[in-house]
Design a protein around this ligand. Sequence first.
Ligand code: SAH
Ligand code: TYD
Ligand code: ZN
Length: 409
Amino acid sequence: MPATTHCRICGGTVREFIDFGRQPLSDAFVDPDRGGEQEFFYRLATGVCQSCRMVQLMEEVPRERMFHESYPYLSSGSSYMRAHFEGVAKHFLTTELTGEDPFIVELGCNDGVMLKAVADAGVRHLGVEPSGGVADLAAEKGIRVRKDFFEQATAADVKRTEGPADVIYAANTLCHIPYMDSILNGVTELLKPGGVFVFEDPYLGDIVDLTSFDQIYDEHFFLFAAQSVQAMAERHGLELVDVERIGVHGGEVRYTLARQGARTPSAAVAELLAEEEARDLAGLATLERFADNVRKIRDDLVSLLTRLRAEGKRVAAYGATAKSATVTNFCGLGPELVPFVCDTTPAKQNRLSPGTHIPVRAPEAFSSPYPDYALLFAWNHADEIMAKEQAFKEAGGRWILYVPEVRIV
Ligand code: SAH
Ligand code: TYD
Ligand code: ZN
């Protein structure tokens, strides 16, 4: 009998289709002086709801374990993403935020990468961000931040003190939140009658196409698709009125929800829904095929790294991503096969990667001297990183990619 649980959206039966086993928290970098004593593990497995088709984790990690004062992820770590979010801000400033005293609320504003441009334009805004350290960085940029988890009670309080919002926005945050009823109750309470709730998150269609199984980890509780988002919206009197596929982070969709009947859905909504239906995106057969592809990538990657070690090649990894926790722990990659990983994030440096304890070094370690092979954990930033690291290629270095398949470039 396959394992099942209850859907966090509709209460239906969730059927498991892949089990990554025991995993650490993906952003819990280990202090070498304290060894692994403080590490928390849970079972990472994913299933699909047989009623509303939402793909979701089988087990939830308590939110305070993931999002706290020293949450290390910084949204401003990529120049490409900084430009992306400036574009998002500009878009809102010239469309939804042109009326009388407009107001935008962002869930998970992190270090303020998007709201900075809104604050600079003098438009009323509020970031809701529970992770204290990154919230402080946003505040230092002149952004108004509330250090809190967004949920129904927070939304009600924001509405009471600040009034209703024209736009509620969340990037790479909504999919982190299992308590969706509370979120959507909050959204419907806080949003103006004609307002929009816009969120962008990794797209199930791209994850299946690329076999990007590293998009599955503790913080990514849901893997959204148009079908499941539409079903989720309808339960709260909301309607999916636009979808846009965007190339960031390995393939995402930007979903726009409005109150039912308030806006005319764009043609793109019906098109994406039809495409998902035609390819049976959330069907068990599709997802079990995905799981087979994941196991092949694991086997190929372990064989390649084992061969390179036997040949005496020097290997390093690039980007201590949250995603890579799934790769290293599922494939059993520790310092024997991957001696270190370099990363620009100060709070990750001189620590050990979660679970398999690969040392994290500052970017300078990468070039002193260059390794023979670099395993690109931050593959979603490949264009930016490969452009920056041209000297590595010129010195004879090769990149190892594992999405959509294991290959050397
Ligand atoms: N929007 C940024 C940050 C994404 S990381 C970007 O796209 O780069 C996810 C963020 O969501 C973290 O900073 C985390 O602290 C925050 N978060 C988690 N749960 C939340 C909640 N309930 N309400 C608001 N923010 C939340
Ligand atoms: P990212 O893929 O954005 O997210 P996640 O952690 O959720 O998987 O993480 C990118 C990581 O790679 C982040 O720790 C910063 C690091 N990085 C570099 O070290 N150098 C770079 O040039 C870029 C773009 C990122
Ligand atoms: Zn469901």
